[in-house]
Design a protein around this ligand. Structure first.
Ligand code: RP5
Length: 160
């Protein structure tokens, strides 16, 4: 698998289904895991330390609230980690965003936006990394961009 798509809880899954759908559309290989930073700390460390041996190339990690999952995965691997701040009901995901983005120097997490745009951009960003060494994913990404541009141009029609 190229991408490990990790979430902190099954409650995150509906909010990042768009990530999985877009990875699938771009033909990026991935698998899904639930690993809670707080409820499964030992499992998290074991999982992160084996990622390279299992030939993953990049990690996408989604978490909400005190969202320590992306940062703790990043602390235990040198694979690039993309963090998705899950929108929470109490603080609207600002808690998740600040928990994920404000990493100490030395352990980066590439943090995307809260909500659907972030969920989709995580997949696209991961695909862009994979495309550096995968011509077929590069082709799919170029086609995705072309379609997106075409749809935006065509949306002018709706103003008429
Ligand atoms: C985080 O706590 C998860 O990523 C989730 O967004 C949040 C709430 O988890 P549940 O209580 O719904 O399992 O670890």
């Amino acid at each position: 698998m190229d991408v490990a798509l990790v979430m902190g809880s099954i409650s995150d899954w509906p909010k990042i289904k768009a990530t999985a759908e877009l990875l699938q559309k771009l033909n990026v290989s991935f698998d899904k895991h639930i690993i809670s930073a707080h409820r499964m700390p030992t499992e998290l460390q074991n999982f992160a330390s084996k990622l390279k041996d299992e030939h993953y190339k990049i990690v996408i990690a989604a978490a909400g609230g005190a969202a320590h999952l992306p940062g703790m995965l990043a602390a235990n691997t040198t694979l690039p980690v993309i963090g998705i701040p899950v929108k929470t009901s109490i603080l609207n995901g600002m808690d998740s965003l600040l928990s994920i983005v404000q990493m100490p120097a030395g352990v980066p997490v590439a943090t995307v936006a809260i909500g659907d745009a972030g969920a989709k951009n995580a997949a696209i960003l991961a695909a862009q990394v994979i495309a550096l060494s995968n011509k077929s994913v590069e082709k799919n990404l170029n086609e995705f961009r072309r379609n997106q541009t075409k749809e935006a141009i065509e949306s002018n029609e709706q103003l008429k």
